[in-house]
Design a protein around this ligand. Structure first.
Ligand code: URA
Length: 244
């Protein structure tokens, strides 16, 4: 059965919201004419060559120069700007969001829009300034219409982000939202299963997952859990003797 696009858009909006808590699920038999979901399957992608090329970079400046030349990082939004990351390049705490939005694309910096304002408040509440930490995203370019990053976009961007993490070498990583967490932990778990604890990551980092600030703006009921998560994170930061 074919449904009008308006209904499908509403259903997608609702499902995205539910996915924030319960993880990904599908509705069989639902058809639409939206191309976004039609190519939402990862290609078989061999990242060996790109990983080999990334090996030779030791600084964020070198990595950024390389990112500027790489079409692999681009979404299908033309004329978008690279949003590499911002903050202290030697930070012990690195935050990883999903993808730049309109404001981030315009200003070339992650989390400067509405979500960013809430993120600043959360950071302040646990005694961090933005300059103390480093913030990046899974994608370095804005996806069109603020849609979720597609699986193949996440896959192509991941080696660049892993290199960025390696250069910054934080002790702690905080994933903001399901997409960030599922991409880095390489799973399809729900937020409920991933948040609130530390996951070992890349053999040397501790990774915590919490709700994306946009999810907190949509559903204030998540704030209690997010508050517990960031307090735990701050405690671990201090225990490990981390410094800005
Ligand atoms: N949401 C994200 O995930 N990242 C940004 O940079 C802004 C909004």
């Amino acid at each position: 059965m074919i449904y009008p696009k308006k209904i499908i858009d509403k259903a997608i909006h609702f499902l995205k919201f539910e996915q924030e808590i319960y993880g990904t699920f599908s509705v069989e038999g639902l058809q639409h004419n939206d191309t976004q979901l039609e190519h939402n399957q990862p290609e078989v992608l061999d990242t060996t060559d790109i990983i080999k090329q990334l090996k030779k970079f030791n600084t964020l400046n070198e990595l950024e120069a390389f990112c500027k030349t790489s079409d692999l990082l681009k979404t299908d939004l033309e004329e978008a700007n690279l949003v590499m990351g911002a903050g202290n390049p030697k930070a012990d705490l690195m935050l990883i969001g999903e993808a730049p939005g309109k404001q981030e694309d315009l200003q070339g910096e992650p989390f400067v829009g509405r979500s960013g304002q809430l993120l600043n408040k959360i950071l302040k509440a646990i005694n961090f300034e933005r300059e103390d930490i480093y913030i990046a995203n899974i994608l370095k370019y804005r996806p069109p219409d603020n849609r979720d990053p597609l699986p193949d976009e996440r896959l192509k961007s991941l080696p660049f982000l892993l290199k960025q993490i390696e250069i910054i070498n934080p002790k702690l990583i905080l994933c903001l939202g399901r997409i960030s967490a599922q991409t880095l932990l390489d799973n399809k778990e729900s937020m409920k299963n991933m948040r609130g604890k530390f996951h070992p990551f890349m053999g040397k980092y501790e990774l915590m997952v919490t709700y994306h600030p946009a999810a907190l703006l949509r559903n204030p009921n998540f704030k209690k859990d997010a508050w517990a998560d960031v307090q735990l994170l701050r405690k671990r930061y201090d225990e490990l003797g981390c410094k800005p």
